[in-house]
Design a binder for this molecule. Structure first.
Ligand code: AGP
Length: 610
């Protein structure tokens, strides 16, 4: 996720900005840059890759001056490259941005019609041109120009702007992306996160959505974007630098679990076409002719991404009415699979670099299939080698155990199923509208699930010494049972097995006794009655049942020994909710056992070997 740092004061800005960016490295980035005002003009240096490349570029082109902006970029629009790196300059202004401008296509078209030439593929450059246009060489204060420009922008942004005509002013604004302001002695700073500022000041204030601020070395003022003054005093932050990196959470994994509502919002952002009951399709590379031709969908992946595919298969079959099959990429590459030019192959990968998935993509492509990647890392190998790519906007995932990438993969797969269903006339607008509404409401429901983290922690305390656990689920709950078991194995090293609830009587029931806790995904859905019978079978054999249940569903509560509640929601989106308590359960068990949660033994975040 992009990182922003800004400084205005009496010290040289460049070293402070670089230092601040280093503190944001944990967010992940692919390129970086600085803009510094030397009193006369703005000068920019950018570099692809690590901050050391930027530091080297600065040795040959040093930037002098006491006002400036720094940025680390995590690509969302346009591949990682120097022209796409921030800051972006347009005329008299330079801008750094974190977020996604939803209406970038229409704004770019409009600016191009006015004769504006773009030098990057980013949505941020559009914001720079809008501010420059409103600023008109200093005809109005930069603060007002930014406000005017923001009136045109829809989407998520944390924005910081500097102008040629006002060397001692930074203007910042926020909507949905984080922005912190640091208040120093004769200096002001801003940043995407607390660690970037901690070395200079512990006095910080947080901009709220829809607010903007003007920072000068002597102070600041805050207003809402529609012009109402905001009176906010800084607070003292006592976090240690390590705590600050994790946003106050004990581990990155826990932070990432709690980031999921935001990650889902970002993945949906700018893609929903409410009037059409559909999603934006351009990035899929699926023209209407290809869409009509498809007679089978293959979903390929490894690990957690494979579990997302299992849910994807249910959705594609139910909503698009095309036969769909899931394949472990590590298996399919060594079979002799029969891919044809009538297949749509969907390769799902958080990293976009998994060797087995990449090999399967190559085989499918060679056989003439249309290959679509669902990935979280822009321009990584799998999307690069595919015909189209649907990016999840989870932001970098640092914990080895995947959490927010899983839920955003689910969002991408559900969007795809709706898109194919609509395109092939198999899904009515009315049904699509209902599903889209359910998806849009999901982040709020996820927040409600996460409010029960303490309940999950209590259950984890009771079962932290269990050496084995069985996870059961049905329908859309079955892949979630598999994912819950994988999470527990990965980070707590307990043996866990996921099973389709209906399969229990065909074998695993032999394992059930008072020492085998059974975790059951059992929300109030069309499968509930059948799953509840399986729970009865477990209880009859003295098994202890921990169940994910719908809040207020008394019957389920009476049946289970321990309940992990989720709110009511449309059945189709339930996997996005039911997985959260299971992620939390594995996290708390692992934390109580004292394992290395973020870097579990023997595992790598990106598996580039067979
Ligand atoms: C998930 O918690 C795992 N670390 C692992 O199963 C992972 O999902 C798998 O290696 C696939 O990775 P990818 O999504 O980057 O392709």
């Amino acid at each position: 996720m992009c990182g922003i740092v800004g400084y205005v004061g009496s010290l040289q800005a460049a070293p402070i900005l670089i230092d601040g960016l280093r503190k944001l490295e944990y967010r992940g980035y692919d390129s970086a840059g600085l803009a510094v005002h030397d009193g006369q003009d703005i000068h920019i240096v950018r570099a692809v890759g690590k901050l050391n490349n930027l530091a080297r570029a600065l040795e040959s082109r040093p930037l002098q001056g006491c006002t400036g902006l720094g940025h680390t970029r995590w690509a969302t629009h346009g591949r990682p490259s120097e022209p796409n790196a921030h800051p972006h300059q347009a005329g008299d202004v330079a801008v750094v941005h974190n977020g996604i401008i939803e209406n970038h296509v229409e704004l770019k078209r409009e600016l191009e019609a006015e004769g504006v030439k773009f030098s990057s593929d980013t949505d941020t450059e559009i914001a720079a041109h809008l501010v420059n246009k409103a600023f008109a060489g200093g005809k109005q204060p930069l603060f007002d120009a930014v406000r005017e420009a923001l009136g045109r922008v829809r989407g998520a942004y944390a924005l910081a702007v500097v102008s040629k005509q006002s060397p001692d002013v930074l203007v910042v604004a926020k909507s949905a992306s984080p922005l912190v302001i640091g208040v120093g002695e004769g200096e002001m700073l801003c940043g995407s996160d607390i660690p970037a500022l901690l070395q200079h000041t512990r006095h910080m204030l947080f901009l709220e959505d829809g607010e903007m601020a003007e920072l000068r070395s002597g102070g600041y003022r805050i207003e809402t974007v529609d012009g109402k003054p905001v009176d906010r005093k800084p607070k003292r932050i006592d976090w240690s630098p390590v705590q600050a990196e994790k946003g106050g959470f004990k581990h990155f994994m826990l932070k990432e679990i709690f980031e999921q509502p935001r990650a889902v919002e970002d993945t949906l952002r700018g893609r929903v076409l409410r009037e059409e009951g559909n999603f934006v399709a351009a990035e899929l590379g699926l023209d209407p002719e290809t869409l009509q031709k498809i007679d089978r969908v293959y979903l390929l992946a490894c690990g957690t991404s494979y579990h997302a595919c299992l849910n994807g298969r249910y959705w594609i079959e139910a909503l698009a009415r095309i036969p769909a099959q899931t394949e472990l990429a590590s298996e399919v590459r060594y079979r002799e699979p029969v891919f044809t030019d009538r297949d749509l192959v969907v390769a799902v990968s958080q990293s976009g670099e998994t060797a087995d998935t990449l090999a399967a993509v190559r085989a499918a492509k060679e056989a003439g299939a249309h290959v679509l990647a669902i990935a979280n890392v822009l321009d990584s190998a799998i999307p690069r080698e595919s015909h189209g790519a649907l990016y999840t906007h989870a932001g970098p995932e640092i914990g080895v155990a995947s959490t927010k990438c899983f839920t955003t993969q689910l969002v991408a797969l559900l969007m795809l199923a709706i898109f194919i269903g609509r395109g092939r006339g198999k899904l009515s607008q009315e049904r699509a509208d209902t599903l889209i509404q359910a998806l849009v409401e999901t982040p709020e429901r996820m927040r409600q699930v996460l409010e029960h983290a303490d309940t999950v922690q209590e259950v984890a305390r009771k079962f932290m010494h269990a050496e084995h656990m069985l996870f059961l689920g049905r329908g859309l709950g079955f892949p979630i049972a598999l994912e819950g078991a994988l999470k527990l194995k990965e980070i707590s090293y307990a043996h866990a097995e996921g099973y389709a609830a209906g399969e229990m009587k065909h074998g695993p029931i032999a394992l059930i006794d008072e020492n085998m806790p059974v975790v059951v995904v059992m929300p109030k859905d069309s499968q509930y009655e059948k799953t509840a019978s399986n729970v009865q079978e477990v209880k009859a054999r003295l098994g202890q049942v921990i169940a994910v249940v719908t809040e207020g569903h008394q019957e389920a509560k009476d049946l289970a020994d321990y309940c992990l509640p989720i709110p009511e929601a449309n059945e189709v989106v339930l996997p996005l909710l039911t997985v959260l308590p299971l992620q939390l359960l594995s996290y708390y068990v692992a934390d109580l056992k004292g394992t290395d949660v973020d870097q579990p033994r023997n595992l790598a975040k990106t598996v580039t070997v067979e």
